[in-house]
Design a protein around this ligand. Structure first.
Ligand SMILES: Cc1cc2nc3c(=O)[nH]c(=O)nc-3n(C[C@H](O)[C@H](O)[C@H](O)COP(=O)(O)O)c2cc1C
Length: 228
């Protein structure tokens, strides 16, 4: 049994991961990835809260399984979350996926995960709770899934140090996903507010130095905004 503290994950702490699930369209299954926040509850369990409008939510409801991928490269968060508009935004390419196969009660299952992950937790849903969250957009529906870990891999240690540029780049990616919602809702005031924040963060990031992963993430954010 996995003890999350052995993996350096602490109780009641929040972590940002890439969540991989299986999508199904016209009977064809393919992998999907999105950036998601997780909260570690105790030594063995974790919570994830996808909004109802995400593919991740739909897929977890359908299959009850998800892999949580711990990633060093912030550009992958941008690639995973800023997608499905136009042009080149198709998410994580198919060649970046690997599969964990397991058997449960006579059935075989595949869970996709990412080859770039330094650690992966493969999870089953054990409980789900419906939540309505209040934010700038009004009421937003989400489901809080409680997960148990059925398997884990740790390819290597991550010696990542705290980095202000990467943290701000992550904020820019989250804000870009919200910009899309503001656009959809024709909320011009909110759109401008979020856009100004992104511009401020980008200006700050450029002062913190030149990290190629951050620059790639910012280019994805800028291209995404141009196409909104
Ligand atoms: C660092 C980060 C954390 C995020 N956390 C969440 C989250 O906890 N829940 C959620 O619904 N969306 C979250 N998002 C936004 C989703 O990643 C984004 O809406 C994505 O496009 C959903 O993809 P999907 O439709 O394939 O699931 C986060 C984005 C970033 C960049």
């Amino acid at each position: 049994m996995v003890d999350l503290q052995d993996y350096g994950l602490n109780q009641e702490c929040l972590y940002e991961v890439l969540a991989c699930t299986i999508s199904k369209k016209d009977e064809i299954k393919y992998p999907n990835t999105a950036s998601m926040g997780i909260r570690v509850l105790d030594d063995k369990s974790i919570k994830i809260k996808p909004y109802h409008n995400t593919q991740t939510h739909k897929n977890i409801i359908e299959y009850g399984r998800v892999s949580l991928n711990f990633i060093d490269d912030v550009a992958l968060f941008a690639q995973a979350s800023l997608k499905e508009i136009k042009g080149d935004f198709s998410g994580i390419p198919i060649e970046d996926y690997l599969y964990y196969n397991y058997h449960y009660r006579g059935e075989g299952y595949n869970i996709p995960y990412l080859k770039q992950a330094w650690m992966v937790l493969f999870c089953n849903v054990v409980k789900e709770t419906q939540i309505v969250k209040q934010d700038n957009f009004g009421n937003i529906d989400l489901t809080e899934f409680e997960l148990e870990i059925i398997h884990s891999t740790k390819e290597r240690e991550s010696f990542k140090l705290y980095n202000r540029a990467e943290n701000l780049a992550l904020e820019c990616i989250i804000l870009a996903t919200r910009l899309k919602i503001a656009k959809k809702k024709n909320d011009n005031m909110l759109y401008l507010k979020i856009e100004t924040k992104i511009k401020d963060y980008i200006e700050m990031i450029t002062k913190f130095g030149r990290n190629s992963s951050v620059l790639r993430a910012l280019n994805i954010v800028k291209d995404y905004i141009k196409l909104l």
